[in-house]
Write a protein of this length. Structure first.
Length: 308
């Protein structure tokens, strides 16, 4: 579609990724590979992909609105939702309504693909940019920082891109037993469906590890610190014992912190509260396409984030 007779707005296609890469560099002055972008947006494992939009000005990419489809389910039904995760515009083309128009186009694509709502973990910028689009507010996640007193060797490893070394200490594969445990809690709530297909998708552009200890399971990524995504603990005491043992290994590896970001209504949130006090994290914002959907029936966690 044409916008203001100057801009071409269209649904993202695979052939547009070099343009997205170029735009990312121009806006953030950070390099990102085509492999990363193509794999991040390759959600064909769900049967849905490219629910994004991009704008060109004289064949030059100038703005992008990125989102990913996700499958959530409770013990009765499955639904598809969209996670809005990337939005950037060249400085010279800002304040021209491009973000608004690209978002509207993306929402049309989402509704055509039976998405029930679009949501985001808000930064300050996204919070204000979604106001004009009619977004609503859910609740903020809680973050738990568990510190480890050690030399920050993991920060050096991350800077040198030697993160593959963690494969010597942590398992990249998830056992069937661990997979089942990670799916035990909150079956009455909608949660992202955690399957081998989702794991393979995430591992196609990020490295993740599964840690099973004291009857607990942690699905993590390590980038300077240990970011803990979906997790399960059989009890508060088991979690306390698991964290204590994990701290010993983190000490040797120079990992200075474990970071959990969880839904305040989750079981793991109440269990973590026995170890360390929580702090407020991202506010979950959303725009619903189905009036029957209530986000009180949904549970979110750190691994729902696009960059996890």
């Amino acid at each position: 579609m044409l916008y203001k007779d100057k801009y071409q707005l269209k649904r993202l296609e695979k052939s547009d990724f070099p343009a997205v890469k170029e735009l990312f560099w121009k806006v953030f002055k950070k390099k990102v590979t085509l492999h990363y972008l193509e794999n991040k947006y390759d959600t064909s494992y769900l049967g849905i992909e490219y629910i994004c939009s991009i704008a060109y000005y004289d064949k030059i990419p100038v703005a992008f609105y990125g989102a990913l489809p996700q499958k959530f389910a409770n013990n009765e039904r499955e639904v598809y939702v969209a996670h809005a995760c990337d939005s950037y515009t060249l400085a010279a083309h800002q304040r021209k309504g491009l973000h608004y128009q690209l978002a509207k186009l993306a929402y049309e694509i989402m509704e055509e693909n039976n998405m029930k709502y679009v949501y985001a973990f808000h930064s300050e910028n996204t919070y204000f940019s979604t106001k004009k689009l009619g977004w609503k507010e859910h609740i903020p996640l809680k973050r738990f920082h568990i510190k480890v007193s050690t030399l920050p060797i993991a920060k050096v490893i991350n800077k040198l891109h030697w993160n593959g070394i963690y494969s010597l200490f942590f398992n990249k594969k998830i056992s069937q037993n661990a997979l089942e445990k990670l799916s035990i809690d909150h079956k009455d709530k909608f949660r992202q469906v955690f399957t081998p297909q989702l794991i393979n998708y995430k591992n196609s552009f990020k490295s993740h590890y599964c840690i099973e200890i004291e009857g607990c399971v942690f699905w993590v990524k390590i980038q300077a610190i240990m970011h803990v995504g979906l997790s399960y603990a059989v009890s508060e005491l088991a979690l306390q014992k698991a964290i204590k043992k994990l701290k010993r290994k983190a000490f040797l590896l120079g990992i200075t912190e474990f970071l959990f970001q969880v839904d305040p209504a989750s079981i793991i949130a109440s269990q973590l509260q026995t170890i360390v006090a929580s702090k407020e994290s991202w506010l979950v914002g959303y725009l619903d396409f189905d009036s029957e959907i209530n986000l009180k029936d949904f549970i979110f966690n750190y691994s729902d984030l696009d960059t996890f």
